[in-house]
Design a protein around this ligand. Structure first.
Ligand code: EPU
Length: 290
């Protein structure tokens, strides 16, 4: 049986340029559906071939291994998934919407809630999946409800309590975010803007934002900070190949020109082992590794 979507699936699509690390291999099968019907067809295609589906968001929290990646990579980057509509203090946003732009635009409009996400890259879908955030708050704090699609193509709505947002996690399971309604607060523009700018400045001053990286590599362990543990273990500047632990923030691995995913993984595992030996704490990876 021929499947309607098959021609939309592209072969051997390089992923490096779609990630913030700017490295890694290619997807054997890649699809950027134009609408939900095409997305369903793509999911159906993957099920019929019995291959895994991975959803590519902004590629900000992702390391793609070198070589060829099996399965299907789906990107919700087409306009149908990138809508933004405001209704008072609520905003309905598509999964493909750029988080950095959204947090800035809302903050500069006096809509409070997302200023805690200043400078955090990625898409709304990816951010919801991992409850992205930092020391000032997380996206889950502003979510009212989320529309999801499961691997069988069934759409379900979930309210915030059903999403079970916790530190860098949500109850998404294998569903894919289609859109979300965020509940913000109308506050004086100057105040929201100032908080946004303060948060941005904090990030700029403490993180290696000019380098290629995937942000923080490890989750903060209960009661401690991964960056501090790595720093105290004397690992800043440690390198393998063209990847190294940032001298600015211990929880960042930066990839210099020519770095491979293997270089990054060697640094990552060395850091994990060394911190375990020195402190007894086993750091858990925050980034996705494909
Ligand atoms: N610290 C060190 N050495 C370092 C890094 C940090 O001693 O090399 C100390 C700092 O001095 C500070 C403490 O550790 O006292 C916490 O550091 P920071 O404020 O940078 O926060 P973090 O816990 O390391 C978290 C998020 C970041 C987010 C920042 C700011 C995690 C794993 N990281 O970092 O998120 O940008 O707060 O909001 O939760 C990301 O997830 O990719 C990310 C960068």
């Amino acid at each position: 049986m021929s499947i309607a979507c098959e021609p939309l699936i592209q072969s051997d699509v390089a992923l490096a340029g779609r990630t913030w690390f700017r490295l890694g291999g290619s997807a054997q099968n890649f699809c950027a559906p134009n609408d939900v019907a095409e997305l369903r067809n793509a999911l159906h295609w993957a099920r019929s071939k019995n291959v895994p589906v991975r959803v590519l968001g902004g590629g900000a929290n992702l390391l793609v291994r070198d070589g060829s990646l099996g399965g299907l990579v789906i990107s919700l980057s087409q306009p149908a998934f990138c809508g933004v509509s405001f209704d008072g203090d609520r905003v309905k946003v598509g999964a493909g919407v750029d988080l950095m732009h959204l947090s800035r635009d809302c903050s500069y409009d006096g809509l409070a809630g997302l200023e805690c996400l200043a400078g955090i890259p990625g898409t709304v879908g990816g951010a919801i999946a991992m409850n992205a955030g930092g020391r000032f708050g997380s996206i889950g704090d502003s979510v009212e409800r989320v529309r999801l699609i499961d691997r069988a193509g069934v759409i379900v709505d979930r309210d915030v309590s059903q999403m079970c947002f916790a530190y860098r996690q949500s109850a998404l399971e294998d569903r894919i975010v289609l859109e979300a309604v965020l509940k913000l607060r109308q506050e004086p523009v100057d105040e929201v803007k100032r908080r946004y700018q303060d948060n941005w400045r904090f990030k700029k001053d403490s993180q290696p934002l000019a380098a290629h990286s995937a942000g923080c590599i490890f989750k903060n362990p209960e009661g401690d900070v991964a960056g501090r543990l790595i720093d105290r273990a004397g690992l800043k500047g440690f390198s393998r190949g063209r990847a190294r632990v940032s001298e600015i923030h211990g929880n960042f691995i930066v990839a210099d020109e020519g770095a491979t995913a293997s270089d990054v993984l060697e640094v990552l595992e060395y850091v994990r082992e060394t911190v375990l030996k020195k402190t007894g704490v086993r750091l858990e990876t925050e980034i996705d590794v494909w």
